[in-house]
Design a protein around this ligand. Sequence first.
Ligand SMILES: *[C@@H]1O[C@H](CO)[C@@H](O)[C@H](O)[C@H]1NC(C)=O
Ligand SMILES: *[C@@H]1O[C@H](CO)[C@@H](O)[C@H](O)[C@H]1NC(C)=O
Ligand SMILES: *[C@@H]1O[C@H](CO)[C@@H](O)[C@H](O)[C@H]1NC(C)=O
Ligand SMILES: *[C@@H]1O[C@H](CO)[C@@H](O)[C@H](O)[C@H]1NC(C)=O
Length: 157
Amino acid sequence: MSCILYLLPFLFFFVDACPNGTQVSSVNKSICYDVRESAKGHTWYAAEYQCQLYDNGHLASIPDAFTNNFITGYLHSTQSARHFWVGGTTTLSSNASWTWSDGADFKYNSWDFGGPGNGTGYCTLLVVPEGLWDSYSCFYSSSTVLFLCEFLNTDNF
Ligand SMILES: *[C@@H]1O[C@H](CO)[C@@H](O)[C@H](O)[C@H]1NC(C)=O
Ligand SMILES: *[C@@H]1O[C@H](CO)[C@@H](O)[C@H](O)[C@H]1NC(C)=O
Ligand SMILES: *[C@@H]1O[C@H](CO)[C@@H](O)[C@H](O)[C@H]1NC(C)=O
Ligand SMILES: *[C@@H]1O[C@H](CO)[C@@H](O)[C@H](O)[C@H]1NC(C)=O
């Protein structure tokens, strides 16, 4: 019994673990976040591809305000960049329905003033530290834009 109690802190440590250099979500412990700091100037498409290739994941989806706040705080405290691609995209027009590249339901948004129709494109940039979203051309690339990958925490169980 005392042996089990002794082990508990270690169990919780491992439950929360994400691979070195990545961040476990405080909202959903199954999710890890990864900022590929060395990968700058990527279009939305190239960023999504990198998340699939290196993390076996996707650009991050943001299902609720808790996640939006957590991600924004995490990026603000660890990165100097202010703009990050996340997985929100639409294919038809900037007024059409939006989807997440990981397939999650697009049920929450934090669009900047005017909504996505006031932006210039069909992909989503998260603005830090405001936590607001801007719609940008999916082909936009700038050395000041990074991206946030998410992947399943396989150490979870
Ligand atoms: C984690 O990364 C840091 C620096 O990036 C390194 O010093 C450390 O050895 C790594 N730890 C493990 C367990 O890989
Ligand atoms: C946590 O994330 C995983 C992987 O995306 C998902 O399958 C699960 O439903 C999520 N759990 C909650 C409570 O949202
Ligand atoms: C989106 O809708 C608004 C208001 O209905 C309209 O003014 C704007 O031109 C539309 N934008 C696009 C890209 O269709
Ligand atoms: C679009 O955004 C600009 C500034 O960000 C604002 O002045 C303008 O009123 C917005 N347009 C709409 C239709 O909300």
